[in-house]
Design a protein around this ligand. Structure first.
Ligand SMILES: Cc1ncc(COP(=O)(O)O)c(C=O)c1O
Length: 453
């Protein structure tokens, strides 16, 4: 059989094709970026004025730009690169899976990589968290958790339980439900009219917040569906650390009130704070756990919401009782195959144990920042550490930008949150690379703060 004749190209498609030819130089890419991309959290003016880093390749903790200059990826490409870039075993798993089955839905069908990974993830989760609902990113993982909690009570005789409780300073993602649970003015204020009401203590201090939440749960717990928290560390809120004791207290109050505890481990999971899950610092048993980011080793958009059997049982019955949520690509086999390889690497390379001495070195360096009069609240937990530069607070506070610019010139990519400077390097950062990261960070902070009055 003869193959069909190629369709004639119109002048219009020809010109589109010309523009779509691979752009080969950095300046062409920057031009195309300025003309066509809409980058996240980036005002138009800053996209036009600030030179982006044109990344051409990556390996381990390093990124290379088009001029061959390398940069330590100090924020782990938005906290996902727990095993470094291009880990060969993850890339191999992706390649192998892509040759067999790239995608198939979970609509009445299953596939080996997805169910096998679900079982392995369930085995790693605390308590009876055994039911894995897949989605694509951290925000959707949270969205799913909130909807699970709402529908669970709505269809099991407690429709009055609709309230969600959260902490002030929280960040749970950028979709509407996740934003409702969040509380960072720069991210959420402009959307306030779109969001549903969430009860949260006004107090920023975690002592007072835990007290207020517990009191609310004692007094009005029968109206509460769920309490959602970022265990141990509020990430985007400024790397704010809180204690296992407060988390334990909150978990107890939530359980006593008959509400569900949702732990958002999107950032803190996969050993970022030491143990696999930050919630295990407090030895609590959550009802729902959200995970993304490190779950797929930073290779693919992949996320999971893991619920307890008790929650899943609330969805038995006829078709009208199914969780009415799903995403086209949920449970994507490529993501599952990579996520499974991530777990193999954690096991075989003893990633959590090997990170302990690295975390101790990071903690030591940050403790040393306490001697600098311009720095405050040095803090570290596992492989996340932060310090604040004294001065105006808030996400748009300017000093962090100066730190970013200077560190960039020294080959270190940082993305401070306002004046909070933090690092989230790969858990398996080789020691000489860790030396570079810590020395360059020290030098940068030193130079920036020396210039402050
Ligand atoms: C705790 C937490 N939850 C949810 C999210 C949202 O994840 P994503 O950006 O993948 O939607 C983030 C992102 O930083 C996060 O830190």
């Amino acid at each position: 059989m003869r193959s069909p004749k190629p369709r004639a190209l119109s002048a219009r498609t020809c010109s589109l094709q010309r523009f779509a030819e691979p752009a080969d130089s950095a300046s062409t890419l920057v031009g195309l970026d300025r003309a066509h991309l809409w980058r996240p959290y980036t005002a138009r003016q800053s996209q036009l004025e600030v030179e982006p880093l044109v990344v051409t390749r990556a390996e381990g903790p390093w990124l290379w730009d088009s001029a061959g200059q390398r940069y330590f990826d100090g924020f782990g490409s938005w906290w996902v690169s727990n095993l470094g870039h291009q880990h060969p075993r993850l890339v191999a798993a992706l390649r192998a899976q892509s040759e067999r089955l790239c995608h198939v839905s979970l609509a009445g069908m299953i596939n080996e990589a997805t169910v096998d990974f679900a079982a392995r993830l369930a085995a790693l989760c605390p308590g009876d968290l055994r039911r894995v609902f897949f989605s694509d990113n951290g925000s959707t993982a949270v969205e799913v958790a909130l909807k699970m909690a709402h529908q669970y009570f709505a269809q099991n005789g407690q429709p009055g339980r609709q309230r969600v409780l959260a902490l002030s300073g929280a960040f749970h993602g950028d979709t509407v439900g996740a934003m409702s649970a969040g509380d960072i003015p720069e991210f959420h204020r402009i959307f306030a009219d779109m969001l549903f009401a969430v009860w949260r203590p006004r107090d920023d201090d975690f002592d007072a917040a835990a007290e207020a939440l517990s009191t609310h749960l004692e007094q009005q717990g029968d109206r509460v569906a769920a309490v959602i928290v970022e265990p141990m560390v509020q990430g985007a809120g400024g790397m704010r650390f809180w204690s296992a004791a407060h988390l334990t207290r909150l978990a107890r109050a939530t359980q006593q009130a008959g509400a569900l505890l949702i732990v958002d481990e999107v950032f803190t999971g996969y050993g970022r704070t030491g143990p696999m899950w930050a919630s295990s610092h407090a030895k609590i048993l959550p009802d729902i756990l959200c995970t993304a980011k490190g779950l797929s080793g930073g290779l693919l958009p992949f996320a999971a919401t893991v619920a307890s059997e008790r929650v899943f049982e609330g969805f038995s019955g006829d078709a009208t009782r199914a969780l009415m949520h799903g995403h086209t690509f949920c449970g994507n086999p490529l993501g599952a195959a990579v996520a499974r390889a991530v777990l193999d690497v954690y096991e075989d390379e003893q990633v959590l144990a090997e990170a302990v001495p690295k975390a101790a070195r990071i903690a030591d360096t940050f403790a040393g920042f306490g001697a600098n009069a311009h720095l405050s609240h040095p803090r570290a937990l596992g492989m996340v550490a932060a310090v604040d530069i004294k001065g105006p607070a808030g996400y748009h506070a300017p000093l962090g930008q100066r730190v970013h610019a200077l560190a960039r010139r020294k080959g270190l990519w940082l993305r401070p949150l306002g004046n909070t400077v933090y690092i989230t390097p790969p858990l398996n950062t080789p020691d000489p690379d860790l030396d570079f990261l810590l020395a360059t960070l020290e030098e940068t902070l030193d130079e920036i703060t020396r210039g402050l009055s």
